[in-house]
Design a protein around this ligand. Structure first.
Ligand code: URA
Length: 301
């Protein structure tokens, strides 16, 4: 007799399946060897601009096969064998916003939060409800950087908890992680009124704290969500579509920019591009990437 799935699990699975559908993943199969009953089939290789087979091999980079955090799921298969060609943005000639700040020795998120205090450094403090410092694993190997808190975040004091945040959570889970495994923060810690983009003086006041957060966490990979985060951290005016999905470097760390979840809510067709970007991140972190049946069949024929 067929076993009934508990209602909560059924709802979660159904939401997850709809999310994969939105990403353009239509093929699912049961993998008897996998620890989870449902294995995720990646989008068909032919739909990729840059198939994962052109991304990074953990062997070639001598990276561990697991993300290196005991709480995180270990990869159950070796990462696909691939090649890596770094594409770096030109380094700005002038002393940059971030270069001005050296590393703070023995810095911790607690010290940074204490130094931030009940911040009044810029005008955003006059309209905010709560400072949104950041949330997640202080030793995360993966940090997501967004633009700034929105309405829900401002009320709760937590990053990415609104509609865009729910989509980000689904993206993280699609990678085989949970929110508590990664760290999520923003370029500015207070909500810009009417959700406008943060202004230069606000970014200048707030970005030293972002920089300290990144240095203190020391992640393997930083993912910038959307153009404000990417342009701020990389100190460039180039449009995000010019460098989205490419491996860049930020203070010796690997950085990738991808579209903001809020953009994906307005442009669902861009989800497949973001999924491709996230797969490159997964490869570097040694997270398991399931191949689609059609890609496997193509390999053996
Ligand atoms: N958008 C962001 O960039 N950050 C948040 O925290 C929420 C929405």
């Amino acid at each position: 007799m067929a076993q009934r799935i508990p209602e909560t699990l059924h709802k979660k699975l159904s939401e997850r399946l709809h999310f994969y559908e939105d990403l353009g993943v239509g093929l699912f199969y049961k993998d008897r060897g996998a620890p989870h009953a449902l294995a995720i089939a990646a989008p068909a290789a032919e739909s990729f601009e840059a198939p994962i087979s052109q991304a990074i091999s953990s062997e070639e980079l001598a990276l561990p096969k697991s993300i290196g955090n005991p709480e995180l799921p270990k990869a159950t298969q070796p990462a696909p064998r691939v090649t890596y060609k770094p594409e770096l943005l030109p380094v700005p000639a002038a002393a940059s916003l971030f270069e001005a700040f050296g590393k703070v020795p023995d810095d911790t998120l607690l010290k940074i939060r204490t130094d931030l205090g009940e911040c009044t450094r810029c005008k955003l403090h006059t309209t905010r409800n709560k400072i949104v410092f950041g949330d997640g694993n202080p030793k995360a190997e993966l940090v997501f950087v967004g633009e700034g808190p929105g309405h829900d975040e401002d009320l709760q004091g937590l990053p990415f908890v609104g509609r865009a945040g729910k989509l980000l959570t689904q993206m993280i889970e699609a990678m085989g992680l949970e929110r508590k495994d990664v760290y999520i923060c923003n370029v500015v810690k207070c909500r810009p009124p009417e959700n406008r983009a943060p202004e230069k003086d606000e970014v200048e006041q707030c970005s030293p704290f972002l920089l300290r957060q990144i240095d203190a966490i020391a992640p393997k990979v930083i993912v910038c969500l959307g153009s404000t985060a990417a342009q701020t951290v990389l100190e460039t005016n180039r449009g995000i579509s010019q460098f989205r999905g490419q491996w860049l470097e930020f203070r010796g760390r690997k950085l990738m920019a991808t579209y903001h979840p809020a953009y994906l809510l307005r442009n669902p067709s861009a989800k497949s591009e973001v999924w491709r970007d996230l797969q490159k991140v997964m490869a570097v972190l040694g997270l398991e990437i399931k191949k689609s049946k059609s890609a496997e069949a193509g390999k053996s024929s």
